[in-house]
Write a protein that binds this ligand. Structure first.
Ligand SMILES: *[C@@H]1O[C@H](CO)[C@@H](O)[C@H](O)[C@H]1NC(C)=O
Ligand SMILES: *[C@@H]1O[C@H](CO)[C@@H](O)[C@H](O)[C@H]1NC(C)=O
Ligand SMILES: *[C@@H]1O[C@H](CO)[C@@H](O)[C@H](O)[C@H]1NC(C)=O
Length: 398
């Protein structure tokens, strides 16, 4: 309360608003992300964080978050706000929520209870309005990236399902079938103009995001051609999310993880039904890169240098399971190698045991890469970021 009141008392000060999009599976020892949340909620000794739960199943996780905030990462206070359906329209709960300098929504992305409870029938509840006022008054709101945008929220489906669905292959697909499903009334609305996803590289969700964008980009009001996917134990910390959003990638101390960015505005609509997509441009940003989410301008972490002409490896390594949800991060791994090798393209395939089969051709001719060894890492782990890699996807005829 302190912190917000202090800022409000000074006329003319621009109040920074802060949104933290978490990619799921946030570890207790991820000091970068927990410290950042405390800092953006006012700092150590000031931050007073409300930990919002929408299901009693998450009690243990909520208690753990309170403990992390206060005991380990220096917040002044943190407490649980447990929400049932009735509570989200309660004035008393909303008043309580307004008193926090930060709100942490406990991850329930697989069930999206938080969206159902906080935004019943697609309308902001009193409590959601209060959470938004915490943010607009200069506080911090954090939660699983998948539910935080105003655009559609993806509920289920993996990349193979998303690719095959609604095409001539629909009947014959031999894999396990969990259909692509997304909620057309949108998410909690802390960021506009992006479809957001979490557990991203880890669960090979690239194609499911691309397909969702192509299917939903023309929806009135919330349609968009742009998407962001945040990896596990990783966050995109966004300043001024509703006016001039600029995101910074935060990861665990030594990590190859990051944030995937795609814009399908150049991909024709008929691509989906033919399951043939030409030159989808995508980017991947790693630790401490910043992205202006309005202009698309990127500032790489200062210690990263251009890769062009300095590629380390001779050859690219093709993946034979590029959409894998099982072996994690095939897409991320393949492209990290491609941007840092002397070859300029690589042809991958989907798993041979699942029909139909697809070919994915990656081309780095138009891509710009930046990378370096992570500073102060004794193992000298190399991280690479890039923009404008191109993916061309088509069925492999047997
Ligand atoms: C909000 O905080 C103030 C100051 O700590 C306190 O007096 C007030 O009772 C709180 N309001 C609610 C609804 O908790
Ligand atoms: C990223 O930035 C933070 C804050 O400026 C800094 O503490 C951290 O060391 C940086 N990490 C890397 C890998 O550069
Ligand atoms: C892939 O790269 C090779 C050179 O490494 C080039 O000869 C070939 O034409 C490229 N393929 C396509 C389809 O661009």
């Amino acid at each position: 309360m302190y912190f917000v009141a202090f800022l409000l008392a000074l006329p003319g000060i621009v109040i920074a608003q802060n949104l933290v999009l978490i990619g799921g599976n946030l570890k207790d020892d991820n000091a970068g992300i927990w410290t950042m949340m405390v800092e953006k909620a006012g700092g150590p000794g000031i931050a007073n964080i409300g930990v919002v739960l929408a299901s009693p199943n998450n009690d243990a996780e909520g208690a753990k978050a309170v403990d992390n905030f206060v005991r380990i990462y220096g917040a002044k206070a943190a407490s649980i706000i447990s929400l049932g359906k009735a509570d989200s329209s309660s004035q008393e709960v909303a008043d309580r929520v307004r008193n926090y300098t930060g709100i942490f929504l406990v991850d329930d992305s697989e069930k999206s209870n938080l969206v159902k409870i906080l935004r019943p029938s697609g309308v902001d509840s009193l409590v959601l309005k209060a959470i938004k006022s915490v943010m607009s008054n200069g506080g911090m709101v954090a939660g699983n990236s998948a539910i935080m945008g105003n655009s559609v929220v993806i509920h289920s489906g993996d990349s193979m399902n998303a690719l095959v669905e609604g095409t001539k292959y629909e009947e014959s697909f031999s894999g396990k079938r969990i259909p692509l499903a997304y909620c057309k009334s949108g998410g909690l609305g802390f960021l506009n103009n992006y479809v957001l996803d979490s557990h991203f590289s880890d669960k090979g969700r690239e194609m499911r995001l691309i397909r969702t964008l192509l299917d939903s980009r023309d929806l009135p009001g919330i349609g968009t051609s742009k998407g962001l996917g945040v990896d596990e134990n990783t966050a995109l910390v966004i300043s001024n999310p509703l006016s001039k959003p600029v995101g910074k990638v935060i990861t665990a101390e030594v990590s190859l993880s990051g944030v995937f960015f795609v814009d399908v505005s150049t991909v024709p609509a008929e691509s989906s039904s033919k399951a043939t997509y030409e030159k989808i441009p995508f980017s991947f940003f790693t630790v401490n890169d910043t992205i202006d989410l309005t202009s698309g301008e990127v500032t790489y972490a200062s210690w990263k240098i251009p890769i062009a002409g300095e590629e380390w490896f001779e050859d690219a390594i093709p993946s034979s399971d590029i959409f894998s949800a099982e072996t994690p991060s095939e897409w991320r791994q393949t492209n990290r190698r491609l941007i840092d090798c002397k070859e300029v393209n690589v042809t991958c395939t989907s798993l041979s045991s699942v029909r139909p089969r697809f070919q994915v051709f990656f081309d780095r001719l138009e891509a710009v890469g930046f990378g370096a060894d992570i500073p102060n890492d004794p193992k000298k782990t190399y991280v690479a970021s890039y923009r404008n890699m191109l993916a061309t996807i088509k069925p492999l005829e047997a």
